[in-house]
Design a binder for this molecule. Structure first.
Ligand code: NAG
Ligand code: NAG
Ligand code: NAG
Ligand code: NAG
Ligand code: NAG
Ligand code: NAG
Ligand code: NAG
Length: 270
């Protein structure tokens, strides 16, 4: 069976809005992944004590370090390893408060899981008995958008191309970051302004950060098609674009990325 491109567009759009409705509680922008395969801990166990120690260290840590925290508490098999990362444009207070909220949300949402991950708008927190430092992971993932997001004008595919172009540029910049900071943000203009950011946990190698963001960018194109603002959240990296400016530009550079569409190759057709 073949669909005309406009039928396909409508199908994709209704698929997208279906997801949108089913995740409409997402006004708060929090998503979690509780790993049920990695086991549960019991009340008053050593693991629980280690996890609570980790949470309190994370809430009180004096050293901001670009909003990146990799920590490990206790001894195997009750060792808790954690990575926490605030969005690169956020300052210490907003970061700390996001981590506090995310800790509470995970305590409620994944109360007994030894491994869990929570994505808030401004920070990500994951913990596990496994070693997770330096390991690139793209699953589980979520595609999130605001309920008031509009369908983008897609008739000329300009928006999609400009978004992909911008994400590719920013991904190169973020992957090229340093061991504490792998973040890039920028804007481009095609049929309209697009503002975007991408970020890896900075423990990733340049190569693994690129791979994580490339996977996220592909997911963005398929899951966010036709939406004016969207986030892809994965354990090792996150991506977001909006038609509105959504970043705090007081501490980071927002790159102006002129959109230069690749000239159509002769084999591309129509
Ligand atoms: C962990 O607890 C959940 C309920 O909270 C249960 O459904 C699941 O089977 C448990 N997993 C293991 C490995 O015990
Ligand atoms: C855990 O410890 C608390 C306080 O010591 C106690 O009230 C509770 O009964 C204990 N729970 C279990 C499951 O042992
Ligand atoms: C945290 O990261 C540093 C490198 O940035 C590494 O040397 C250290 O071992 C890590 N700590 C933990 C607990 O994984
Ligand atoms: C985070 O929680 C800790 C301990 O619960 C508290 O001392 C701190 O003030 C909180 N920070 C923010 C920014 O909410
Ligand atoms: C990349 O990530 C994989 C896990 O996905 C890890 O096994 C590997 O060591 C990482 N490579 C580098 C160069 O960091
Ligand atoms: C992104 O675009 C800016 C502005 O055109 C350019 O200076 C930069 O080199 C580009 N970065 C990458 C990784 O392509
Ligand atoms: C922003 O860009 C300027 C000029 O390229 C550079 O000097 C500065 O360090 C950058 N600031 C940040 C926070 O990256």
């Amino acid at each position: 069976m073949r669909f005309s491109s406009s039928t396909l567009f409508l199908l994709l759009l209704s698929f997208a809005f279906h997801i949108n409705l089913s995740s409409a509680e997402g006004a708060v922008d929090f998503r979690k992944g509780c790993d049920i395969s990695n086991g549960n801990f019991t009340a008053n166990s050593t693991y629980e004590a280690n996890l609570n120690r980790l949470f309190s260290q994370l809430s009180s840590d004096q050293d901001f370090k670009y909003g990146f925290y990799n920590m490990s508490v206790g001894q195997s098999p009750d060792q808790v390893n954690a990575i926490a990362l605030c969005r690169g444009d956020q300052k210490e207070n907003a970061c700390r408060s996001c981590l506090n909220d995310t800790i509470s949300a995970l305590q409620k949402g994944c109360p007994r899981n030894k491994e869990a991950i929570g994505w808030s708008e401004l920070c990500t927190l994951r913990y596990s008995t496994r070693k997770i430092f330096g390991v690139m992971e793209t699953d589980p993932f979520h595609a999130l958008w605001r309920v008031d997001s509009q369908a983008a004008p897609r008739d000329d595919n300009d928006f999609d191309r400009a978004m992909t172009f911008l994400l590719k540029n920013l991904s190169g910049g973020a992957a090229n970051g340093n061991p504490l900071f792998k973040f890039a943000a920028g804007e481009t203009i095609s049929s309209q302004r697009i503002c975007a950011m991408v970020q890896c946990t900075p423990d990733l190698s340049q190569e693994n950060c690129s791979a994580c963001l490339a996977r996220g960018s592909d997911r963005m194109r398929s899951h966010c098609y036709g939406i004016t603002g969207c986030r892809i959240v994965q354990p090792s990296c996150i991506l977001r674009y909006e038609i509105n400016f959504f970043l705090d530009d007081s501490a980071v550079n927002i790159t102006d990325v002129p959109f230069s569409p690749p000239s159509p190759s002769p084999t591309e057709g129509s």
